[in-house]
Design a protein around this ligand. Structure first.
Ligand SMILES: [Zn+2]
Length: 93
């Protein structure tokens, strides 16, 4: 059975340096494990997972809402157009 120095080094060294990174979205520091580096127009920035997820959720909701509204408008217009066409057809005959 081998006993290497690797067993003792890995977890403790990571735990011994609690890093925090500046989150440009919240304007404060978060633990490194909660952060993700993302590409922005201004370059690479660190942002926390929570804010990324929150933005994703809100944009998904916004998209879903927008789609239902446009779909309603479209179907409403189509029925109106159909009704007008039928009315014109009736008057022509
Ligand atoms: Zn944040």
């Amino acid at each position: 059975m081998k006993s290497g120095p690797l067993l003792f080094t890995t977890p403790t060294t990571i735990m011994a340096s609690p890093e925090t990174l500046y989150c440009y979205h919240c304007g404060r520091h978060h633990p490194r494990e909660e952060m993700r580096q993302i590409e922005t127009k201004g370059g690479k920035k660190w942002r926390c997972i929570k804010s990324i997820e929150a933005t994703k959720k809100s944009s998904v909701l916004r998209d879903a809402f927008g789609k239902t509204v446009t779909a309603d408008n479209r179907s409403g217009n189509q029925t109106r157009i159909k009704a007008r066409l039928e009315a014109e057809r009736l008057t022509v005959r």
